[in-house]
Design a protein around this ligand. Sequence first.
Ligand SMILES: [Mn+2]
Length: 322
Amino acid sequence: MTAMNNPQLLTAIKEARRVFVCTHVQPDGDAFGSALALYEILISLGKEAVVACQDPVPIKLRYLNNWDKVVAPEKVTQVSDLSIAVDASGVNRMGTCADVYFLSPCTVQIDHHTTNTFFAKVNEVDATAAASGILVTRLALALGCTVTPDMATCLYTAISSDTGNFSYGNITSEVFQQMALFMEAGLPLSDTARSLHLMQSKGYVQLLGRALNTLRFIDDGRISGMSLNLKDFEETGALREESDGIVNEGLYIGGVEMSYLATETAEGIKFSLRSIVSRKVSGVASFFGGGGHAQAAGCLIEGEMAPALEKMERAMIKELHK
Ligand SMILES: [Mn+2]
């Protein structure tokens, strides 16, 4: 199995006494799965560690061990010898964690986004990796850490989240080699898979109902779109994070190659974009100043819903006919 080959990073960890770990805003399974696995690795090595995120841990991910130890960056008062960012492609993705991150004399990052800006002193960036969790597992192997059941649960969550439960085009044999390691470590697979992939909150199902009522097909059904307004959140009491994943429902329809979910926010209309493997939405997202992966990306378009939808649909049609 591949271990991490980055002497600078391994030395930085070995020499550090106290480590600040942070991840990106609007955190997902890869963000917290990777960050909390890293936290446990550092603790097992006898380090002091703190995990921070600008945004709270999504309710869905509160089965991860130590999720309740995650703090907001403004609560971090002590300066660490080392800062490690995971799954954050750029400084802006860290949000308010960036203020604390750069206080440390040494900065490291572990990430797999093609759009990474190499903002740290030591950059462990591998865009061929399906998840940051893959890189954290490689790190655990390089450090000779014993993978515990809790660590395996975090790392499985990271990798399963970013691979669409092992179904996207970014899968390699390494993914399954690591999965074998997690199973040997005692990963409670079916319980974790149920929490991560099958269970939905009431808020999600209520928002899904409202989003489906707006479902529209564009370009002979090759593109699908849905939208949610502020009142959908107000009237259901659903949280913003509970709309995560709704965009996938639009993609899993016969004939659809790309989908979007438009969500009204105070800043403008937020778009989540998805595509099947033979199509790309990363270009559409970056056209509007956003970013992400080839098949899963996002961006914000300022202004009202109707003109934003029009702009997005035009850009998606253009992408489809390239
Ligand atoms: Mn990721």
